[in-house]
Design a protein. Sequence first.
Length: 317
Amino acid sequence: MKMQNKEKILFAIPDAVNLIVCNFGVLKALEEHPEWFYDDFEIDTAYGAPANCIWNGSKVFEEGCVRPAVFKGGYSVYKGFGVNYCLTFTNFMLEWKHIFDVYGNAMAAALNEVGGLVAISTETLEKHIRKNWPDLQVVWSTHTNYGRGYGLDTEIAKINQLSEKELVVAPYTFNNKFEVLEKFAHPENVGFIVNDPCIDDCPYRIQHTAMSNLVNLFQMDETYCILVRERGIDPKAVEHKHKIKRENLQEYVARGFRHFILAGRGEQIQNAFGSYLEYLVLPDCYRPFTDFVNDFGMKEMAKRDAGGNKASERETE
C-alpha cells in the first residue's frame, strides 16, 4: 500500500474483477473531475478475486473463469490509474493439497508480472506465495478469522505482530471501539472495513464465512446468510454500530490509521456504488458523477459489442 501521504485517507475499492468497468469509470471521473470528490483521500487499492477460484475468500461468484492474460490486462489498467491491485485469496478452509490449484497459481503469476498485493488468511498460502512470488506484498485478513475462538488479547497481539511489517485488515467488530484500537502498536498498518453489511457481532459470521469458503472450494451452489435463513433478520434493516461514518474518518486518521476498505458484498454493484457516493463523492455532485460513470459504462459496453476486447483505452497506451 502507498504510504507517501500521511494526511490522506487511503481507500480500497471493491470487486476489482466483477466491477472492473464501473471502477474504471470512477477512477476516470476522479482523474477528470476532482472537484466532484472530497479532497482528503486517495484510491490506493482495488481488491477482489476472479470467479470460480478456490482460493477466493467469502464472496461467491457465478461467472465463469477468465483467462489469466485478460486479468493481467485489468491489473495493468489499475496500475495506469496509480491504483494497486489486491487479489483476495482469503479462503481459510484451504489445505496444503489446494495450493496446487492451477487457476489460483495462474492468477498469482499474472499479478506478479505487473506487481501487486495478495490478501491471505492462512499460513499455508502465505508460505506458498512468499516462496513463488516474493515480490508480491502480503496483506493479512484477520477479519475472516475473527470468531474462531481467539480471545481479545490474543487477537490484538496477533494484529500487532503481523502489522509490524505488513498491512492487516482488522475484524469489523473492532470498529469504533477506540479503547481497543488504542492498543494497536502499528496503526499505520491496520485497515478497517468501514461499512461491513453484517450485523454487529454477528453470531453466525464465522459459520457463514466458512460456508462461503467451502462453496468456493468445491464450486457448489450459492451460499446464503444464516441470519436471514434461520432467524428471519435482514442485516440491512438494523443499525450497524460498527459502521465508520464518513464524518468520523478523520478521527481515525488523527490516531494514525489511514487504510479503509469499502465493502462490496451483497448486491455487488448497488452496494459498491452506494459506497462510492457516500465516501468519495461530494453530496452536491452525486448526479454528474453518476451520469459520468453510467455514460462511461455504456461506451465500454458498446466497444465490446462492436468487437473490441479492451477494458479501457489505457490498455492501448
